[in-house]
Write a new protein. Structure first.
Length: 296
């Protein structure tokens, strides 16, 4: 059991603006069932420790450890890999994982640094701005007749797969055949769509970027705070390059560039180098070449 403590304790479930205290309680119970200990609530509209304890029995230590954050960036500040949960395609492209594929990738990264699985609010799911904080998305394949999953149901599926990946539970005789055989999935990337689906659903997703195996060492990814510093320096360069540009067009350009850099999964050293380069470039542009450029 000792070998499980480190990777599982490095996995955070982050609930963005949860609305139903019953769902929060169900997720806490699932985390207790599957050995997860780090729950983070962002701007929670539904957190009542007394009521949660009455719904999710024997979870008081986990309830006490649950942390609340005023912003998503604050909740992800110390996290390397971040995977969001959604089923609807997006304007930007994201690597797409099944829960089983995601669990393997998360486990590899969790041996080195804290990682996060991000869930959106029940009614509308993760907004595109929140998905912009993610390296990829997790989609749970379901029957097309009724593909929507409740927030807590989705969290249970993902928590189970994290536990299986960490504990090797699938190799136990009783677990053989659970979930069915997993066939090859086509290599593809999620596309287009304006809003987040509150459910995790749809088609079989493609694998995201590969990471080193259990016996190898991967460089730590940039933390959330380091990534946001990089994106702030990128915005500063765009402002310096196009001082008369439209804020709306600049936001669109930033969203595209953010998605590109998140797919690249920059390491801490790479993010620091890019941040410094962009800051120097912005200062050079501001000091040497003004102008009325309007793009983007």
């Amino acid at each position: 059991m000792e070998r499980l403590a480190e990777p599982l304790n490095s996995m955070a479930l982050v609930l963005y603006q949860p609305q139903d205290v019953v769902n929060v309680a169900a997720i806490i119970r699932a985390m207790s069932n599957f050995g997860l200990a780090d729950l983070r609530l962002v701007e929670p509209a539904a957190f009542d420790p007394y009521r949660i304890a009455g719904i999710a029995h024997h979870t008081e230590p986990l309830i006490e450890r649950t942390r609340r954050f005023p912003t998503l960036d604050a909740a992800l500040a110390d996290c390397g890999l971040v995977l969001g949960t959604t089923g609807r395609p997006r304007v930007q492209e994201y690597p797409v994982y099944t829960p089983r594929e995601a669990a393997r990738e998360v486990l590899t990264r969790a041996r080195q640094q804290r990682v996060a699985i991000l869930f959106g609010p029940e009614q509308d799911g993760l907004p595109n701005e929140a998905l912009g904080r993610c390296h990829g998305v997790i989609t749970i394949p379901t029957h097309p007749f009724n593909h929507s999953l409740n927030l807590a149901q989705a969290a249970v599926v993902i928590a189970y797969e994290l536990w299986v990946a960490a504990s090797g539970a699938a190799s136990h005789p009783r677990a053989q055949g659970e979930g069915g055989a997993s066939g090859a999935t086509p290599d593809r990337v999620a596309h287009a769509g304006a809003a987040a689906d509150p459910a995790l659903a749809g088609t079989l997703p493609a694998k995201g970027p590969s990471v080193p195996g259990a016996g190898e060492t991967a460089e730590p990814l940039a933390s959330g705070a380091e990534r946001e510093a990089l994106f702030a320096s990128l915005e500063g360069l765009l402002v310096a390059l196009y001082p008369g540009g439209s804020p709306a067009r600049r936001a669109q350009a930033l969203a595209r560039l953010r998605a590109l850099l998140m797919r690249a999964q920059p390491t801490r050293a790479e993010a620091a180098a890019l941040t410094n380069l962009l800051r120097h470039a912005a200062r050079a542009c501001s000091g040497g070449r003004g102008g009325n450029r309007s793009q983007p």
